[in-house]
Design a protein around this ligand. Structure first.
Ligand code: SAM
Length: 271
């Protein structure tokens, strides 16, 4: 018997099998792969993952769904089912238990939209043990993750993800493919963590402070937005000149390389 969906837990179950198959296929799973699934729900995607991968670690917060999954997958010893909040787990140690030395887990998940950003941050934090992630998210978030400089979706989420990973927008899923229907269209993105960040910076923490300040007031020219860092106008102006960035520029037009040069120049004046 299907479980009544709990909206507060972001429960929208993907019912259209053709999309479930496309998601499972997008991760190019092999029998040696370990997969983390966040929010397995009733287990339709889980089943397709188990057909393709060697091992699936599924984390589900809802005890009612966990009970249903336990009976659905009874005797399936390649599934490790964990009841809990994915945001509270130490994913690095959880996954390391199942990984052979030097290998990385894949993530395939139709994630609960009320915690999209915290989940993405959590995955970034756990990137040492993660390779490719195939995530179903709101279309608007997918567009932000994959945005190019100069577009209106380009912002601090873009820079955060693209600094650590290569990204690809795969396909959209209409609301009608889910039960209950979400209000928004969804998209599937592939986030592949890189061995090294896309650009090298002097100080990663400072780089992200600059990025947050620059995009925090995105309609302002960057020289004004950066004042929130507490730096003197003259220091900002000369760092921008040294980084080869025009004083009229706005954050949304700067590439990752330009942002990293700017952060490095500001770091020198800040230190
Ligand atoms: N994978 C299923 C599917 O594709 O139909 C369900 C996806 S549904 C959008 C999101 C799932 O995440 C739900 O089963 C929900 O209970 C679960 N969930 C919500 N918050 C969670 C959390 N903090 N940790 C783990 N799972 C969570």
């Amino acid at each position: 018997m299907p479980v009544k969906a709990k909206k507060r837990l972001g429960q929208h179950f993907l019912r259209d099998r053709s999309y479930l198959i496309r998601i499972a296929e997008a991760a190019s799973l092999r029998p040696e792969d370990v997969v983390l699934e966040i929010g397995p729900g009733e287990g339709d995607l889980t089943e397709l993952l188990l057909e393709r991968a060697g091992r699936v670690i599924a984390v589900e917060i809802d005890p009612e769904l966990v009970a249903l999954l336990r009976s659905r997958f009874q005797g399936e010893d390649r599934l490790a089912l964990i009841q809990g909040d994915v945001l509270k787990l130490d994913l690095t140690s959880l996954l390391s238990e199942h990984l052979s030395v030097g290998s990385k887990a894949k993530v395939v998940a139709n994630i609960p939209y009320y915690i999209t950003s915290p989940i993405i941050e959590k995955l970034i934090e756990s990137r040492r043990v993660l390779g490719e992630c195939v995530l179903t998210v709101q279309r608007e978030v997918a567009r932000r993750i994959c945005a190019a400089p100069g577009s209106k979706e380009y912002g601090s989420l873009t820079v955060l993800v693209q600094y650590f990973a290569d990204v690809e927008l795969l396909f959209d899923i209409p609301p009608g493919a889910f039960r209950p229907k979400p209000k928004v269209t969804s998209s599937v993105v592939r986030i592949s963590f890189r061995e090294r960040p896309r650009v090298e910076v002097k100080d990663e923490g400072f780089f992200f402070r600059v990025v947050r300040a620059a995009f925090g007031q995105r309609r302002k020219m960057i020289k004004n937005a950066l004042r929130s860092l507490g730096l003197a106008d003259e220091a900002i102006r000369s760092a921008m000149e040294r980084a080869g960035i025009s004083l009229e520029e706005r954050a949304e037009s700067l590439t990752l390389e330009q942002l990293s040069r700017l952060a490095d120049e500001l770091f020198v004046s800040h230190a």
